[in-house]
Design a protein around this ligand. Structure first.
Ligand code: 3HC
Length: 311
């Protein structure tokens, strides 16, 4: 069958809502876009462990420390899950990690901001994982089978991440004046960067048209951002927090919150590698990878030995 016919069949399969599986024919551009998106998603999970890891030794009590440890371990699992799903497309772990370490691959912009107070742990769970959840619930419908199934599993844990973050915020808001002020100050720093997590809008979202046609993405960046805002503003108000956007206002006709234009110069600067924490994040990942070489060598030696025993 020629390429044109194969492409026709492929699109028809997607339009019928069927999943594309690893051994199915797929256009190179489909495979390439998914390897890019899935590996960057995995990088985001692994790098996302760093801002929270910064607070394990300083959690205010044992319960918070245990929850934070459990959450960070979840993120590691999400990363490994997504690397394995990306490997079904022919990418290798080494290639993906090399791309992260040498700056060719991205990870979510949001993890290039520092976590300065304990309230930031609340904002990461409530806002960052909340935004990730809006995006990942949509991605459960992605056309690529292994990615869709990974999302179903990850979303279950993401709900816990989001809830524990909101509980931290609610506890601070119900605490002393200083604690409430700490939560407001953290919200002032995290609100806009959390909104840019959904990616640029319009033509700047260079992958969206094709990704939507092939149902890699089910909704565009702006629709997901708006969904997140509509869901999160009432949660802030319920805690007596003020969203740091003077132009935020409910539009009854359109049933959505209007909000200020985002700072896209800052966004593109951060994803170019010039955010407050980019260098530290990539260095931490490279150091961890280098220090982990002996573990990988031991595992390979053990696997070799087992193979020769079985042979
Ligand atoms: N951070 C870094 N880069 C971003 C970005 C962000 N928030 N949003 C967009 N970009 C980059 C894209 O990667 C692309 O650059 P590239 O061609 O070099 O990869 C460029 O900006 C243009 O953006 P597009 O909108 O065209 O890119 P996508 O179609 O890939 O859409 C996305 C961006 C919505 C983030 C999409 O990639 C996506 O849905 N990815 C899967 C979900 C994901 O990665 N979430 C990250 C957070 S995970 C997380 O927070 C887990 C938490 O539990 C720790």
């Amino acid at each position: 069958m020629n390429e044109e016919k194969l492409l026709e069949e492929f699109q028809a399969k997607i339009d019928r809502g069927e999943k594309i599986e690893p051994n199915d024919w797929m256009p190179d551009a489909y495979r390439k876009n998914l390897i890019r998106m899935m590996s960057q998603h995995a990088h985001s999970e692994i790098v996302g462990m760093l801002p929270e890891g910064n607070w394990i030794t300083r959690a205010p009590n044992l319960r918070r420390k245990m929850i934070l440890l459990a959450k960070i371990q979840d993120e590691a699992g999400h990363g490994l899950y997504l690397y394995s799903a990306a490997e079904t497309l022919g990418a290798t772990r080494e290639e993906m990690l090399d791309a992260l370490h040498d700056g060719r691959a991205k990870y979510s912009s949001i993890f290039n901001y520092p976590t300065l107070t304990w309230a930031d742990m609340g904002m990461v769970g409530w806002l960052v994982d909340g935004a990730a959840m809006v995006n990942q619930v949509s991605l459960m419908g992605t056309s690529y089978g292994p990615y869709s199934r990974a999302m179903v599993r990850i979303c279950k844990e993401e709900a816990f991440h989001n809830r524990q973050g909101y509980e931290i915020v609610a506890t601070l808001c119900a605490g002393t004046e200083e604690q409430k002020a700490m939560a407001q100050e953290a919200l002032n720093r995290w609100w806009f960067p959390a909104l840019t997590m959904f990616g640029p809008k319009g033509a700047d979202s260079v992958h969206s048209d094709q990704a939507l046609k092939w149902q890699i993405k089910r909704e565009d960046n702006e629709s997901l951002r708006q969904k997140f805002i509509n869901m999160t503003v009432p949660q802030a108000e319920a805690r007596g927090l003020v969203i740091p956007d003077p132009n935020l206002k409910w539009n009854e006709d359109e049933k959505r919150y209007e909000y200020s234009e985002l700072n896209w110069d800052e966004f593109f600067n951060v994803i170019k590698g010039n955010g407050p924490m980019n260098k530290e994040r990539v260095k931490a990942r490279k150091d961890a990878h280098d220090k982990g070489l002996w573990v990988r060598q031991a595992a390979e030696a053990y696997a070799e030995k087992r193979k020769s025993k079985v042979a």
